[in-house]
Ligand binder design. Structure first.
Ligand code: ATP
Length: 393
């Protein structure tokens, strides 16, 4: 994995660093702008040796086994790499759909961040490439379904099960934070199990490099968003720990502490009252309730985790947790998904989305997520008229 800022002499451009793209000094517009909603494509050249992503891998390098899910832009397939027979999940994203949903920025952001992050507690990316119509990400295959699915099925978890689940999240989160990145969308939908019951963090669409000045925008999912994010204040790693507290609250109580139909209602609840666990559910310890209450502190500076993973793992609830065995994946998980119970094939029906008819097909085909076969270019789309990237956030 490349951990240095990369410099491309010919184009005078800097690319990937451990903290994302540092600086771009050269760009070349290749598609003319014909209307206010059409994309213009800006190509940034990068050196092939700066990346793990090999340009020789493409769609034909895989045998498609069957679809295992449906994302916002296309199907997710279980695939087998022809060379080596390794199994992966392949996320297929229709370029027209990505542009129509103004999500180019988040898709490219995810790809850039996954390029630099590699950890056993994340869903890692192995390859990124495209054909004329689709972008593809080849990811670790995690067959156990997401935590949202399991919460809806299981309702409440035992303390032992919840502790294991939270410990997996904390391991992944600690790795992400130690690379200077905030995930900013930790929630059950973005946590997936493998068949053994280990849990992995996925979806880096709105993750970002943390710097004190830049983390002021509001993004995330209402219900899991820390108050400082909702109120557009500067935020850091404590915002991700707040989401962990909400998840543990949910595993313990079977509901979330701050609910509402929209951001405004949730915001009103947060303003009016500090949620806390006052009554212990049967079978749960005082330490667990204290751990949750400290993580869901509204004020970030008082929140457990504000000073980092060290203080979280020193909390009495986690005091004797076998971290080394967890990171060696040597513990039998106390909650194990039943095989094949995590995916409803009916969700793979036809898309009824409206693809924006004004998007120029030829332009969309020039959207690259990996290297194009001959030019080795990496591309971002900018919205015409405004100097602003398409974005879903
Ligand atoms: N790495 C993976 N291993 C196994 N299944 C996966 C993997 N990634 C996704 N899936 C399956 O595909 C479904 C859709 O995943 P995806 O990440 O594309 O969802 P999404 O967050 O809605 O998409 P998007 O980020 O494109 O909006 C998941 O709910 C899951 O069932």
């Amino acid at each position: 994995m490349n951990r240095n800022i990369d410099y491309h002499r010919k184009t005078n451009s800097y690319y990937f660093s451990p903290l994302g793209i540092k600086k771009k000094t050269s760009k070349r517009t290749i598609v003319s702008q014909q209307g206010p909603r059409e994309p213009s494509l800006v190509i940034h050249q990068i050196r092939p040796e700066t990346s793990d992503i090999s340009q020789s891998v493409n769609k034909n390098s895989y045998s498609y086994l069957y679809p295992i899910g449906r994302g916002g832009f296309g199907k997710v397939w279980k695939v087998e790499m022809k060379r080596g027979k390794e199994l992966f999940a392949m996320k297929e994203m229709l370029k027209l759909r990505v542009i129509s949903k103004r999500s180019v920025h988040s898709v490219m952001n995810e790809r850039k961040i996954l390029e630099v992050l590699k950890d056993p507690f994340l869903v890692n990316m192995h390859y990124a490439f495209q054909d004329r119509e689709n972008l593809f990400l080849v990811l670790d295959l995690k067959n156990g379904g997401d935590l949202r699915y399991h919460i809806s099925k299981t309702k409440k978890f035992s303390e032992i099960q919840a502790k294991f689940i939270i410990a997996c999240i904390l391991c992944g989160l600690n790795y992400i934070h130690s690379n200077g990145i905030l995930h900013r969308d930790i929630k059950p939908e973005n946590l997936v199990f493998d068949e053994r019951g280990y849990l992995y963090i996925t979806d880096f669409g709105i993750a970002r490099v943390w710097t004190p000045e830049n983390a002021k925008d509001t993004s995330g999912t209402p219900g899991y968003m820390a108050p400082e994010v909702i109120f557009r204040q500067n935020h850091g790693i404590a915002a991700d720990y707040f989401a962990v507290g909400i998840i543990l609250y949910e595993l313990m109580m079977g509901r979330r502490p701050y609910v509402g139909r929209d951001r405004k209602e949730i915001r009103d609840h947060i303003i009016s009252k500090q949620a806390r666990i006052a009554e212990l559910p049967v079978g749960w310890s005082e330490e667990a309730a204290d751990f949750v209450n400290k993580l869901i502190q509204r004020k970030a500076s008082y929140r457990l985790g504000n000073k980092g993973f060290g203080e979280v793992k020193d909390h009495p609830w986690l005091k004797d947790f076998p971290w080394k065995d967890l990171s060696d994946m040597a513990i039998a998980a106390p909650y194990v998904p039943k095989s094949q119970d995590n995916f409803d094939p009916r969700t793979l029906g036809d898309w009824k989305d409206d693809i924006d008819p004004t998007i120029d097909l030829a332009s969309s085909q020039n959207l690259f997520i990996g290297y194009s076969y001959d030019e080795r270019v990496f591309c971002e789309t900018k919205s015409a008229g405004h100097k602003k990237s398409f974005s879903s956030v």
